[in-house]
Design a protein around this ligand. Structure first.
Ligand code: 13P
Ligand code: SF4
Length: 306
């Protein structure tokens, strides 16, 4: 079956918009109406006039789209597409952690469940975390969850002390510092660009640090012709499309395994995308009270990132 042609037909029939994250496989990115980072995808979801949002990313991203668009049908090709950051920060233990730090302003990374968002004061993504934390009054103590590495990076950038939830991304925590140093020696003309979910010793080798969208834009505007890319390898597709004459080297994980590919993101396939549009399921459902509670911190993020 020509999945691509069928998906295009269904898109018209359903008046659907297909949103895809940069970590989706290339063929999914190629059929999407919009490819972006988590903030840009949330902004697209907020302003779309389509009746159906087909979200090619992971569960928390589709859930964010549903929180912002409660009346729309939000489809996700595979509901099991989770995220290690979100999965390792359950709401029960997070509530206990929060209660242990009374009076703290709770800043939560968008890579979290709606239940954890509902316990937060403001949400951030990797592209606006520094900006948003800088807006919090200086005398207010802060909890940052669930990514400790992004949290440490934000602390360094803002000079703010924060209490960190000890979470991490299974993809970004496995990049090998040794392999990156070796690549730098082999390619002295390359710049190292990294996502802030990486550990501090890896970030110390980066010439530029940013969200997936910021990394992509950096490769487009930089005069440099070669980049060692320290994030999930799916982003290379857009980098190569936007700058076909430049060279992109994916950073390897420790032990040379294929761990620089997110196993959750890659649960989505073109066939599953077609099937979810054909069957109008799986659809993202959210308890209305939970949705209501998660809306406020998310809306505050949308406001503060403008
Ligand atoms: P972005 O905010 O760059 O899209 O990152 C999302 C993510 O899941 C990184 O692992
Ligand atoms: Fe979550 Fe990491 Fe996958 Fe991003 S790359 S979705 S943070 S597990």
């Amino acid at each position: 079956m020509d999945f691509e042609a069928e998906i295009q037909k269904l898109k018209k029939q359903l008046n659907a918009v297909i949103l895809a994250h940069y970590y989706q496989e290339s063929e999914i990115q190629d059929v999407a109406d919009f490819v972006g980072d988590s903030l840009a995808l949330a902004q697209q979801a907020e302003k779309t006039t389509a009746d159906v949002i087909v979200f090619c990313g992971v569960h928390f991203m589709a859930e964010t789209a549903k929180i912002l668009n409660p009346t729309k049908l939000v489809l996700l090709p595979d509901l099991a597409a989770g995220c290690s950051l979100s999965d390792r920060c359950p709401p029960g233990p997070f509530k206990v952690f929060k209660d242990q730090h009374p009076g703290h302003f709770v800043v939560t990374y968008v890579n979290s469940s709606a239940a954890v968002k509902a316990l937060s004061d403001v949400i951030v993504t990797s592209s606006n975390a520094v900006k948003i934390v800088s807006k919090i009054p200086k005398d207010k103590p802060i909890i940052f969850a669930p990514d400790q590495h992004l949290g440490r990076y934000v602390m360094k950038q803002t000079g703010r002390d924060m209490v960190l939830w000890p979470g991490s991304c299974i993809v970004h925590e496995t990049f090998s510092e040794k392999a990156i140093v070796q690549l730098k020696v082999e390619h002295p003309d390359a710049l190292v660009i990294a996502h802030p979910e990486c550990e501090a010793p890896v970030l110390a080798h980066a010439d530029y640090i940013g969200s997936t969208k910021q990394l992509l834009e950096f490769t487009q505007t930089s005069e440099r012709q070669k980049f060692i890319v320290v994030t999930e390898a799916g982003i290379l597709h857009q980098m190569e499309l936007k700058s076909p004459h430049k060279k992109f080297i994916p950073a390897p994980a420790t032990d040379g395994c294929a761990c620089n590919v997110c196993p959750f993101m890659r649960l989505n396939t073109l066939e599953k995308l077609y099937l979810c549009m054909r069957d109008k399921k799986p659809a993202l459902e959210l308890d209305p009270a939970l949705r209501e509670a998660a809306t406020q911190p998310l809306k505050l993020m949308m406001e503060w990132s403008r």
